[in-house]
Ligand binder design. Structure first.
Ligand code: ATP
Ligand code: MG
Length: 444
């Protein structure tokens, strides 16, 4: 992409309404524009990051054997009356009446709708286990929408639902989700810690929230620092293996890690004092096992192997896709701007032409752009007639992890400069070497 043809409305001034770094930076980098309280348009740069996060979520869900689908944003109130949540949900639910005076709502979550789909089509244990998920906009009329996309009213969420024959099978689904979530967040360059949490209005027994440590987080968290040393890494996982998923669950739940809702000081004190941490965190996901809560009230039953008809055991599992855009920035920025992890960056690298209009500089920039694109990478070429300082400031603000700088002085020696946004370190090398390095970084 050529910057001269792109739509990147960066702001020079720091917007006064933004209280935290990610919100400020998303506005300044031209990623979002507020349309009304807690509701945002995703401008091209923000949209690219959102889609990258969404893609990683899809890939990891499907790697775990979960089936993608799509349910609507608008739901009928009748389904929610069946489960009893229409009245229970309260003012966070946006209630709408259509022209025929039918009660509708903008879905805050989809347990009822998915249970209805399931009960309409599945009647035998032979179709289990099954996990269906979708990534769809949700609406919750939060009392205090704030921090930009981190606590929006309209937000993008992956929500998945498992259907299993009994509690034991549903607990495997729970563990499988835990493992796939760890992998999902690691691919985004994040350390998200599963913490025992409280189930809230979804209802249920077992639940873990995934939190990213950040001072601006809304939850208070208590944890054993040993948990921050754990990595899933590239270890192969067989998601059908009960033992493997259980082993990862055990590894990540052995160290103490809880949110304030479930914190138990006496238990915490069993952790050696030097490893005890009290901090703040951003919730980027949550997994629940809630048994037969919805299947009983809504009649989602299957015939078991012994011929008996039993309600299915369910759980629901959410990832805050749009919140993650802000959360990643909270975890990865400096005073110049955003620092995108390679996994989610909107462009693989920036190309800065120090002398636009110089035929050699222009030709080399165009060559780098073309070679990167041929290799399947997506560069952003700053081809504007601007001062070098302004070009660097824009690149630093929008946070592309790599920058190739092309100038007449370097070209005399046959080199360009490759700079890491994270470390600030620059290295001079040939065009081929720079392209090779980037291809290696993005394909390894
Ligand atoms: P919170 O406690 O932050 O209000 P929640 O526990 O009500 O969130 P869940 O129902 O668990 O939310 O939804 C799954 C995920 O969706 C959350 O982990 C979070 O990342 C994201 N999410 C929830 N509410 C919002 C919101 N208002 N804006 C953006 N993302 C949200
Ligand atoms: Mg939650």
């Amino acid at each position: 992409m050529r910057l001269s043809r792109y739509f990147l409305p960066v702001l020079k001034e720091t917007p006064s309404e933004a209280q935290i770094a990610s919100h400020r930076l998303m506005l300044r980098a031209g990623m979002i524009k507020q349309s009304s309280a807690g509701i945002y348009s995703w401008l091209p740069l923000g949209y690219k990051v959102l889609k990258n996060i969404e893609r990683i979520v899809h890939e990891e869900q499907q790697a775990a054997g979960h089936i993608p689908m799509l349910m609507p944003t608008l739901q009928s109130a009748d389904l929610w009356r069946e489960s009893g949540r229409y009245d229970a949900y309260g003012p966070e639910m946006l209630r709408i009446r259509d022209r025929h005076e039918r009660d509708m709502l903008y879905g805050p979550t989809n347990e009822e709708m998915i249970t209805d789909i399931f009960r309409s089509h599945v009647t035998s244990y032979r179709d289990l286990p099954m996990t269906l998920y979708h990534i769809q906009w949700k609406f919750r009329d939060e009392t205090r929408p704030r921090f930009g996309v981190m606590r929006g009213r309209e937000f993008y969420m992956k929500d998945g639902y498992n259907f299993d024959i009994d509690r034991e099978a549903a607990m495997h689904a729970y563990n499988r989700h835990l493992v796939s979530y760890l992998r999902t967040y690691e691919r985004m360059g994040l350390k998200a810690i599963p913490m025992r949490a409280d189930s809230g209005p979804i209802g249920g027994d077992d639940t873990h929230e995934f939190l990213i440590l950040a001072e601006t987080g809304e939850s208070e968290v208590f944890y054993d620092s040993a948990i921050t040393d754990l990595h899933l890494g590239a270890r192969p996982i067989d998601y059908d293996s009960v033992e493997q998923c259980q082993a990862v669950f055990d590894e990540w739940t052995a160290p103490y890690a809880r949110t304030d809702e479930t914190h138990d000081e006496a238990l915490f004190e069993e952790t050696p004092e030097e490893r005890r941490r009290v901090s703040r965190g951003i919730e980027v996901g949550q997994i629940f096992y809630f048994g037969t809560k919805y299947s009983e009230s809504m009649g989602a039953k299957v015939t078991g192997p012994d011929g008996q008809v039993v309600p299915v055991h369910m759980g629901s599992h959410g990832i805050g896709v749009s919140r993650l855009v802000g959360a990643i920035i909270e975890a990865s920025h400096d005073d110049k701007g955003i620092i995108w992890p390679e996994g989610v960056t909107p462009f693989a690298c920036g190309i800065v032409n120090l002398r636009q209009g110089d035929s050699e500089c222009d030709a080399v920039c165009a060559q780098i752009e073309a070679e990167l694109m041929t290799a399947g990478l997506d560069p952003l070429y700053d081809d504007r007639d601007e001062r070098a300082g302004a070009k660097f400031a824009t690149m630093d603000l929008i946070g592309l992890p790599w920058r190739i700088t092309v100038g007449p002085r370097g070209l005399k020696n046959g080199v360009v400069e490759l700079t890491s946004r994270r470390t600030g370190e620059s290295e001079e090398m040939s065009v081929e070497a720079a392209v090779d390095r980037l291809v290696q970084i993005y394909t390894s």
